[in-house]
Design a protein around this ligand. Structure first.
Ligand SMILES: [Zn+2]
Length: 564
């Protein structure tokens, strides 16, 4: 019966196809929305262009020329004349911290401060505006603003004398605290550096000087009051509004604890979530306890738009603070090459267990040793568990040993870059390249080489580490300069890529990394209508103006979630 039924269906399909070719197409049910007279870059396999798209019940039902099939436009169809504007699939941010960063938007923002004096003005003003807050919290200070990236507790004591204060660096790997915060966390000259962390100290007295690196920041985090559910929900709302305004329809939440996961799930269950979320979980504990927790969360918090199917691991820190794990020593640190978070003996069984449980593993690895150890662990997991459709990812990938580049494709590992970082700023020229020398620096952010190797490369913002706007990153991936900058030579020019590649990083490639390329990531009939309208065609504006192109409208599953 089944065979006969499907044969009949096949015959019907063939007949229908013949009819379409030979005569007028049959009248279709009217669409909810028709966009026409546009520059529709579909990002399908052929990278084809169209001029019209129609959407019905949240899905794309037509992509083609402006000769819209009869019946698609009905009395209630919204018909938009795009007048040449561009349509793209919704952007997907493959590494971002939506809730944390949304919460931070409401706190003291230091990201624009260029001097210690600017920083001081912002903190003093914020503390004065919030006399009732028990803690003064902020984020976004740039390491190059302070000598050796090392701001002092003395300065913060002067700005916030009456309350504990905690200011996260823009990269999230260093925290700056005042004396009250140090006292509450019981950090003194006698406190040893924790594993994988460093308490910066006054070289003569040995007293903590006010800056904490990596796991040393946990000492203070432990005494900071938890965010309330209301604060987390407010953070998510700010984040998703901003994301929609930049055309982002899927976010990979790169570091999600249970409170954040519950915040996403609650928002979706209440019908307030306007972005798809793939959550990479971080659970307390280790071994079987941690695994049991992860499995429980994956089952309990999954909703239509929230997929808690990934796990986040850190394998090292960052090069600027000399906490990334390198294959050869930092040139300015006497034989010190940084330490990976986990040795092979710990990482391999952990990765193998997560892989066996069907989790997608998302590893922060910045130095060439951390990246190699991670690839080794993923290779080990594949040898033990067999090849699965796992699509594990390594994020950030600042310094890759060229010998490891072919391994991404060979192992089916997604290479997740933050292309905005390849801009030749002071983090690179002043704090990174001098510690590596020119030969190793050639392999900083080797995006073009990894793309050429045939690996799947996806793009992320790591917001609030850097701008959430994908167009900033898309421009910098092409220019290797700051958005809008046209002066001087491009940084590491051999690793630049073209516009089509950059768009793929934020659409179809990221969708593949999110296990949702069958539903999203390109504009094709049958896919979900996650679509954006841009005010200009990215292929027609000067490259240094790409960042200035504006998203005019964002649709999630056919529903408008942003309109300028
Ligand atoms: Zn991150």
């Amino acid at each position: 019966m089944l065979a006969r039924a499907s044969a009949a269906a096949l015959l019907a399909t063939l007949l229908a196809a013949c009819r379409v070719e030979r005569s007028e197409p049959p009248a279709a049910a009217p669409a909810d929305l028709v966009l026409r007279h546009g520059a529709v870059y579909t990002v399908d396999a052929a990278r084809s262009w169209a001029s019209a798209v129609a959407v019905r019940s949240g899905r794309i039902v037509y992509v083609g020329t402006d000769s819209i099939p009869r019946g698609l436009i009905g009395a209630r169809t919204e018909v938009v004349d795009l007048a040449g504007r561009m349509v793209l699939p919704g952007f997907q941010d493959a590494h971002v911290h939506p809730i944390d960063s949304g919460v931070e938007l409401g706190e003291c923002d230091l990201s624009a401060a260029e001097t210690p004096a600017d920083v001081a003005v912002s903190i003093r003003a914020y503390a004065a505006r919030h006399p009732d807050l028990p803690w003064i919290r902020g984020t976004g200070w740039q390491l190059p603003v302070f000598p050796a990236g090392n701001p002092s507790k003395a300065l913060l004591d002067e700005l916030v004398p009456d309350r504990p204060a905690l200011m996260w660096a823009a990269d999230g790997h260093s925290a700056w605290v005042n004396s009250r915060a140090l006292a509450l966390a019981r950090i003194t000259r006698d406190t040893p550096d924790p594993t994988n962390g460093r308490i910066e100290r006054d070289p003569t007295t040995g007293e903590p000087s006010g800056t904490l690196r990596e796991s040393a920041t946990d000492l203070v985090e432990g005494v900071v009051p938890d965010r309330t559910p209301g604060e987390l929900a407010g953070g998510l709302d700010r984040a998703q509004r901003l994301a929609s305004s930049f055309g982002i329809t899927t976010m990979f939440s790169a570091n999600t604890d249970e409170d954040e996961l519950r915040t996403f799930a609650d928002a979706d269950r209440a019908g307030r979530l306007q972005v798809r979320v793939i959550a990479a979980l971080v659970a307390p504990g280790s071994g079987d306890t941690m695994l049991a927790r992860l499995r429980d969360w994956r089952a309990r918090y999954a909703t239509a738009r929230v997929r808690p199917t990934a796990v986040k691991l850190f394998e090292d820190g960052v090069i600027e603070s000399r906490t990334a794990a390198l294959l050869a020593p930092y040139l300015d640190r006497h034989g010190d090459a940084g330490t990976p978070v986990r040795s092979e003996a710990v990482l391999d069984p952990l990765v193998t267990a997560l892989d066996r449980d069907g989790f997608q593993i998302h590893v922060h690895a910045i130095g060439d040793r951390a990246i190699r150890l991670t690839l080794d662990a993923l290779e080990h997991a594949r040898a033990v568990n067999g090849a699965r459709d796992s699509r594990h990812a390594i994020a950030h990938l600042e310094l890759i040993d060229p010998a490891d580049i072919p391994r991404f494709r060979a192992l089916g590992v997604v290479a997740n870059f933050e292309p905005l970082w390849a801009n030749g700023d002071e983090y690179l020229t002043r704090m990174t390249e001098p510690a590596l020398g020119p030969a190793r620096s050639r392999w900083l952010y080797p995006i073009a080489s990894v793309v050429r190797s045939g690996a799947v490369v996806s793009g992320g913002s790591d917001w609030s580490v850097s701008s959430l706007n994908p167009l900033d990153a898309i421009e910098t991936g092409i220019t290797h300069r700051d958005p809008g900058d046209t002066a001087g030579p491009a940084w590491n020019p051999a690793e630049r890529v073209d516009l089509a590649t950059m768009i793929a990083l934020y659409t179809i490639n990221a969708a593949w990394g999110h296990h949702q390329e069958r539903e999203t990531g390109s504009i094709e009939v049958g896919k979900l209508a996650d679509l954006i309208v841009l005010d200009r065609n990215l292929f027609e504006v000067p490259v240094a103006r790409i960042h200035a192109v504006r998203v005019e409208r964002t649709l999630l599953e056919g529903k408008t979630v942003f309109q300028r």
